[in-house]
Design a protein around this ligand. Structure first.
Ligand code: 5RP
Length: 218
């Protein structure tokens, strides 16, 4: 088992302390969240709102009841991973392509706990990891031209369709020095459904796993 996987498991274990009995839990997507999902059957949840079809299938397979967000009201807690995190707990997400549903469930939750291993911490978002942007299929080329005008280099994610039937442009070289402003600017491009910058609604608590253990950052 890799060190990185062990760190993901440690972060997932640390997240358990935020989960209360009879909660409806918002559950993210990705390999770190998969470590959390494995631990959920030991808890007494009322149900879960899933942030992707993949997560929904995993939860169902463990006998956890899936709740439609439209009937769940405001959730107390959403737990997810991230592709990049800065010290302000602003994130890039969407490596797994679930960014839109993840952003919806995060927005509908009072608290967002983010679990990462050390490798995800960055000074400036978007320098190493591209910003995933979910786009309506018909608008793909138009949006790509708009992104190029912003200095970005969009790369069409081949052979991938989101849970909502859309496509993803993984966009390199965007200037993410002001994540809140860029998140808004990208949302304003016609045809963009959602972008992977989580800054307007950043994480509230970061569980950062490293060789020294798991640190909690507020
Ligand atoms: C999926 C995501 C994931 O949270 C992100 O890609 C991190 O994944 P992992 O835990 O596998 O590193 O945003 O859309």
């Amino acid at each position: 088992m890799s060190d990185q996987h062990a760190q993901k498991q440690a972060a997932a274990k640390a997240a358990l302390r935020y989960i209360e009995d009879d909660m409806i839990l918002g559950v993210g997507t990705g390999s770190t969240v998969n470590c959390l999902i494995e631990l959920l059957p030991t808890l007494r949840l009322a149900g879960a709102v899933a942030s992707s079809q993949v997560t929904e299938d995993k939860l169902r397979a463990l006998g956890i009841e899936i709740v439609d967000l439209n009937f769940a009201g405001t959730l107390d807690l959403y737990i997810d991973g991230a592709d990049e995190v800065n010290v302000q707990l602003q994130l890039i997400k969407g490596g797994g392509g679930a960014l839109t549903r993840e952003k919806i469930v995060a927005a509908a939750s009072n608290k967002f706990v983010c679990m990462v291993d050390d490798s995800k911490m960055v000074e400036v978002l978007g320098r190493a990891f591209p910003v995933p942007i979910e786009v309506l299929p018909q608008a793909r080329s138009y949006v790509a031209r708009q992104l190029a005008q912003l200095g970005g280099e969009p790369v069409y994610r081949e052979d991938f369709v989101t849970d909502y039937g859309n496509v993803i442009l993984d966009t390199y070289d965007l200037d993410v020095s002001d994540p809140i402003a860029l998140e808004q600017q990208l949302n304003n491009i016609v045809g963009v459904v959602c972008n992977g910058i989580f800054a307007a609604n950043q994480a509230d608590i970061l569980l950062k796993a490293g060789s020294e253990g798991v640190k909690t950052i507020l």
